[in-house]
Design a protein around this ligand. Sequence first.
Ligand code: MLC
Ligand code: AMP
Length: 466
Amino acid sequence: MNLLTALQDGQGDAADALRIDGLALSRERLLGAAGAVAARVGGARAFAVVATPTAQTVAAVVGGLLAGVPVVPVPPDAGPVERAHILRDSGAELLAGADGELPPGLAALPVDLAEQHDFADAEPAPERPAFVLYTSGTTGPPKGALLSRRAVAADLDALAAAWGWTAEDTLVHGLPLFHVHGLVLGVLGALRTGGKLVHTGRPTPAGYAAAAGSLYFGVPTVWSRVAADEPAARALAGARLLVSGSAPLPVPVFERLAALTGHPPIERYGMTETLITVSTRFDGERRPGSVGLPVAGVATRLVGEDGEPVPADGESVGELQVSGPTLFDGYLNRPDADAEVRTADGWFRTGDVAVLGPDGFHRIVGRASVDLIKSGGFKIGAGEVEAALRDHPAVADAAVVGAPDADLGQAVVAFVVPDGAVTGDQLTAFVAERLSVHKRPRRVVLVDELPRNAMGKVLKKRLLEG
Ligand code: MLC
Ligand code: AMP
């Protein structure tokens, strides 16, 4: 079966099947533009796409998938250090959305929507990689997660079943197109399932309110902003389903959203490496603070620090481990990192701490590591930001933490021991020149020294308390 079933079968097309960046495109036109890309990328080792929220990005991504070339989305705001890492590590030979000089071995591939081509090559094998998605770890530069076409298809079908998602739906969101949430679910989901897709550019309450969709995706920061904007929230009353994910949805936001829209939101849990594995269902209970049940084909278990199973009693905590057809195939060029996240019996260690109820409902209670920060739904490795800060000549030492934040869930805060005259604003700007914009510290605290334990490890919990 085709990966992008609805896009490729031509059924039920509409002139505005895709609305993005002020443009409306039919699926036929999108497929034609993607076909033109596919005809030019075929045979490349990997195809990088600067993932601006535009129809050109969608056509480029779909073109890569049609041709069976792994697509590597690049955050448009990635600083030069982060971008160079992604391009080099992925082995990309072509780049769509290029602006400026390219390193040797990489050629620009301009995307022109007017260029239409009927690409008729056979569907690539399901085990071929669909994407290399870069995701942050606790230390070092982001790792490229290899996601097969099979994993993507399995996850989208499982989510369609859990959410009653059909070709009758109009999906609305304004999330970035370089992560699982906005790209895999938010674009490919609509192209596999059918129906219309409206991308609002940015995920603003006003944009969501104006879109008249049936199915809405957002990270908790987006839902919290919608819930704080009563007219925007009330405008979503006509929707069918509101879905939250990528970070914990605070219970008060769940409740206010339910009260204003009449829709208790669906909460679902996932990771770049596993796609979305647990969700509440459109026809089941939606419980505040809970992400529900494993989706079709996925199995979960809780494991204690001693490696022993943790009972599903609604109160014992353990690491959540998952297995099933939606799992990634490994980190590109990083067998060491891959070995760390797999158990001997083939399960994936999420690093998230959870509680499992006797009814099978999952509650995510936190992360095992303080060094993985979720801010506005973006995952940020403390180590990557610390390394960027330490590159500054006036920084002797740095520790980065995720401080609780009502809007963002966690905010990136840097504690810096200066070595010379430097301001917090200068350091924030310095990070922004290297890494993606959302990795900038929101606050920089200059300190004389960092608290450390006898082993020399920074006591981050103490920094958070102080
Ligand atoms: C931000 N700003 C800063 C700053 N940080 N300025 C100075 N210093 C800093 N440290 C600027 C921004 O650039 C912006 O400026 C303004 O402040 C507001 O920033 P913001 O508060 O971050 O808001 P916004 O830009 O609107 O971003 C919030 C958000 C965004 C929710 C829209 O965080 C977002 O798109 N999140 C989605 C992440 C996501 O898709 N994750 C999915 C991962 S996949 P200006 O000038 O631009 O207005 C995954 C798997 C799964 O997790 O389960 O789904
Ligand atoms: P990423 O690597 O960006 O895909 O982020 C994955 C991480 O986001 C998970 O390991 C969780 O920590 C977090 N996450 C995703 N969805 C949820 C959710 N519904 N509730 C709590 N945390 C979530």
